[in-house]
Design a protein around this ligand. Structure first.
Ligand code: FMN
Length: 179
């Protein structure tokens, strides 16, 4: 299918190894080929793009609610950006496939958001816009080699998304992209 590819859903838990074993937390989405027709035929591998996430209001990183409208203002102050419905856009890098290092038997979609969050966000709504492909899934002789490759995937994703014309239009992105 042509890029960008889209998928969305509520964040579910994986096997819990991302944060614990790798130090690289991932937000997983259900792999459902009725909702996401391209998912079963797309090559397994690492992809990059944008994640639009609506955190619950109780989350420590949840954006503050918009200020209430002023009572004594004749003309309302125009807002610079369209309302985002509580969604915030972050750069992301993700893996779709079977994680050959762990020999999973079911296909998973695991997103590493390129932003430091202060808490997990299971159940949050996440919409993905996948802009491109990085590489195939690989098996590794050790955990350190897998971690090193994922860290390099993050560099590739940041550099790709920082290029002119690769930013989403009409929305503000939550973090500075450098690298
Ligand atoms: N797993 C592999 O076995 N081989 C890979 O090449 C591979 N590349 C990855 C690249 C990225 C950017 C990410 C986020 C994950 C990658 N993984 C790969 C998957 C990790 O092994 C997986 O996220 C980890 O096992 C945590 O899974 P869990 O959330 O189910 O615990």
């Amino acid at each position: 299918d042509p890029y960008p590819l889209h998928m969305s859903g509520r964040v579910i838990s994986g096997f819990g190894r991302g944060s614990k074993e790798l130090g690289i937390p991932t937000a997983n989405l259900p792999v459902d080929d009725t909702q996401t027709p391209w998912i079963s035929s797309t090559p397994s591998g690492v992809y990059f793009g944008w994640a639009s996430i609506r955190l619950p209001p109780s989350h420590p990183d949840s954006p503050p609610p918009p200020p209430p409208p002023s009572q004594n203002e004749a003309t309302p102050t125009p807002t610079a950006l369209p309302p985002t419905n509580g969604f915030t856009v972050y750069p992301m890098v993700m893996s779709i496939g079977y994680n050959p290092f762990y020999k999973n038997t079911v296909r998973s979609a695991e997103v590493h958001v390129l932003h430091k969050f202060h808490a997990d966000f299971y159940g949050a709504e996440m919409r993905l816009l996948i802009a491109g492909y990085v590489r195939k899934e690989l098996d590794y002789s050790g955990l350190e080699a897998l971690i090193a490759d994922i860290n390099f995937d993050c560099v590739v994703a940041r550099r790709s998304l920082a290029r002119d014309g690769w930013a989403p239009r009409g929305v503000e992105v939550a973090v500075e992209i450098d690298g």
